[in-house]
Design a protein around this ligand. Sequence first.
Ligand code: GTP
Length: 598
Amino acid sequence: METVNKRNFSIIAHVDHGKTTLSDRLLEYTNTVAQRVLEAQHLDSMDLERERGITIKSHPVTLTYPAKDGTTYQLNLADTPGHVDFSYEVSRSLAACEGALLLIDAAQGVEAQTVANAHLAEEQGLTIIPVINKIDLPSADLDLCLQQLEDLLAIPAEDAILASGKTGIGIEDILEAVVTRIPPPRWTDYEATRCLVFDSLYDAYRGAIAFVRVFSGSIKPRDQVLMMSDHTRAEVKEVGVFTPAQKKVDSLEAGDVGYMVCNIKNPADIKVGDTITQNANPAAEMLPGYKEVRPMVFSGIYPVETNDFEKLKASMAKLQLNDAAFSFQAESSVALGFGFRCGFLGLLHMEIIQERIRREYGVDIISTYPSVVYKVQKQNGEEIEVDNPINLPDPSHIETIFEPTIVAHIHVPNDSVGDILALVMEKRGSCERTDTLDGTRLILECILPLNEILVDFNDRLKSITRGYGSMEYELGDYRPAKLVKMDILVNGEPVDAFSSIVHTDKAHTKGGELCTKLADIIPPHLFKIAVQAAIGGKIVARDNVRTMRKDVTAKCYGGDISRKRKLLDKQKEGKRKMKNIGNVSIPPDAFIKVLKND
Ligand code: GTP
């Protein structure tokens, strides 16, 4: 097909504003996928995605649309994830496009990620088509949405298309706008072949598969190509398009979106954001915007059953194949045995990976308290990075500890502003700016330590605002903070899995909470057990586990020794599953209970 008849676009929105539903309607309208095949929702194919209702991976698809002008167009659509943890994926999907549909839920209006995504699209120079979606809802407030478009995004209200992914209203208008408003593929005249890798997938038989947008030139099987970020060479085995299933084609030309299979086995050799060019006639410059994704949140993951270590390792390796942003490395803990230190983009990413290990690979796991990456300036001038509290140097060697911060944009209803500001203060944040969003809401720009928002910030924001608040953040700079390592001692022994890095002002409260919780969870023993929180050897909080003797044979009268033995064996079995810290047994779920939103 001629390049001028191709259009590449993406759909961006705040979480739950209806991207997937609308994409499915577009597929159905253009007969790309028959309705009956459109299972509940076609583009959200991972089970977890369906259950949580969030798009994790972007799924490209090519549609054919005979427009009103009599021309048939090839439309390449990229569905993008909506959550902040995955914003690098959003920006790569956008880099593969010339335009974007910006969806706004008619009942919710513009939210934090609507603004953030619109800015990402503008930065990439994309044409934005605003779509007010879900207009079938009785609670839809069109006037408010149109007003917000103008006030908050500086997009003229008359550009907006009114639609409903549910009923199909506006679908044709959207397709017409895509072909008339979005320009044909850009940068096609460049003298060498350049393809942007915007995603990748691992296939057990074919190896690593790159999802590419061809900007100039073409690629076909047997071409020798070059990955420009690290100069890896490879031979192309197969190219194809997404229908949405992969379909082999002879070649991919400028403006096309498709996949490319090379003789590359290691998925890490294919980097999202990289530029692929022909080895024989290489491009002089990469396509703009490549950046290595770096994990921001770290946590230890351990098998509940020691025997599951190898199984856990294998499942992590498999997960990593399709998720280059997830990293893991073997480590050991005195309390938990052998496991892995894992890196994630954010908390949602972490929860998803943990859930997938449990569900798809059937391994029971325990995770340690999440941590961010601290920069530690030592007395001797050396600077080190610490992502695990147990690696924090002795306080006497530390000059300053720097912690990562975020710049958050929080949208809140006017009546919750006070409570949200109190929450920001509690989390050691500061509010730098407030702007009115409309008559009923404000935008707060806040700087917060990343560490403080890890566990429950979003949940609390949602509960304070009864679901109406939303937030979006980007990473800020590193700032010095008064931080210390807090150890938890059970019966005098430190339990490394519970160590955390805390702010000195919060050490007392947090230590107290942890001790009480843990003392409550550890089953009564025959002797008295103290649970203590300590900072550099100084105890800052303490609690005690109840004492009790549990005689399992008490109810077993008579002299039947075999029955007695059975009961004792059963008790032994129960004990075996506990983690022994010195002579104290801690049930494995104690770690989860304590580590989970304290
Ligand atoms: P993420 O991928 O998590 O960002 O979500 P999404 O934007 O893909 O939203 P999705 O399509 O999953 O829709 C979210 C919810 O809104 C679902 O419960 C849909 O059934 C509902 N929904 C989507 N479109 C419409 C619509 O046009 N009208 C109504 N009434 N409901 C809709």
